[in-house]
Ligand binder design. Structure first.
Ligand code: ATP
Ligand code: MG
Length: 245
């Protein structure tokens, strides 16, 4: 790993010495990691390790100290909407839709930073192809859809902003195994076709490592291990704790 805090040419996100918590409870302790342009990176960790807290601190939803550099700029302290305009989209764990709006309205709202109206409609149509359930329910209120349908919508909505970096918190939560597989295949397609970088927190470590280039293992707010997806897949401790084999 490069030292000295210099931003490398292809580095999209660099987190250094990140501290965050809730009131007196410190959760993240000097956390550091990077995501390169166009890279898929996974964060593994047990329940309560601080994965959600990490994504919230990076996307400006939770006050933090340390450094978060995105596209070469220090962005710690910026609001989530400012970061979204810069190209960072965050799908929070288990929610992320506006329940009173329809599926179609949610998707179009996801594109609020864009001006290319014809392309926006084409993107909406492509999501209805990917997730036919969303297309069938396009005029239904998001809040009346099933948990899995809302999860698909939340991810599609975040991608409607055509982000440079997508932060995904447990995208498989509440999804059937087959749908999860489809979703990861679609994420890999988008990564390949558009060069969208993805930082994903995921319990389904097997699937996440199958699409990721690199990963980090988080334990009590610190990075315990990091490596290429292949290294992590072959690491005995990682296998026992996260891969169930
Ligand atoms: N709003 C909050 N107020 C107080 N403590 C919180 C809050 N949110 C999270 N925590 C605590 O911070 C720690 C890290 O939580 P976090 O949600 O980041 O874990 P996680 O790794 O995402 O876990 P999971 O896999 O269960 O989603 C936990 O001990 C949790 O209880
Ligand atoms: Mg979490």
């Amino acid at each position: 790993m490069p030292g000295g805090g210099e931003l490398m040419a292809d580095e999209l996100l660099r987190v250094d010495g990140l501290d965050a918590g809730y009131g007196p409870v410190q959760v993240l302790r000097g956390l550091g990691f990077t995501v390169d342009e166009g890279e898929i990176v996974v964060i593994l960790g047990a329940n309560g390790a601080g994965k959600t807290t990490t994504l919230r601190a990076v996307s400006g939803m939770l006050p933090a100290s340390g450094s978060v550099r995105f596209k070469g700029q220090e962005v710690l302290g910026r609001r989530p909407d400012q970061l979204c305009s810069l190209g960072m989209a965050h799908v929070p764990q288990g929610r992320g839709t506006i329940t009173d709006l329809t599926v179609d309205e949610n998707l179009r709202l996801g594109a609020y930073t864009r001006k290319d109206h014809a392309e926006i409609s084409a993107d909406v149509a492509s999501w209805y192809d990917t997730f036919p359930r969303l297309g069938e329910r396009r005029d239904q209120a998001a809040g009346s859809m099933s948990g899995g349908e809302q999860q698909m919508l939340a991810i599609a909505r975040a991608l409607m902003s055509r982000p440079t970096l997508l932060l995904l918190d447990e995208p498989s939560l509440g999804l059937a195994p087959l749908v999860t597989k489809e979703l990861f295949a679609r994420i890999a397609d988008i990564n390949r076709e558009r060069g969208t970088a993805v930082l994903v927190v995921e319990q389904n470590a097997n699937l996440a490592l199958s699409v990721a280039a690199r990963g980090y293992v988080l334990e009590t707010g610190q990075i315990l291990t990091s490596g290429t997806a292949e290294e992590l897949q072959n690491d005995d401790a990682v296998r026992q704790a996260y891969l169930g084999r």
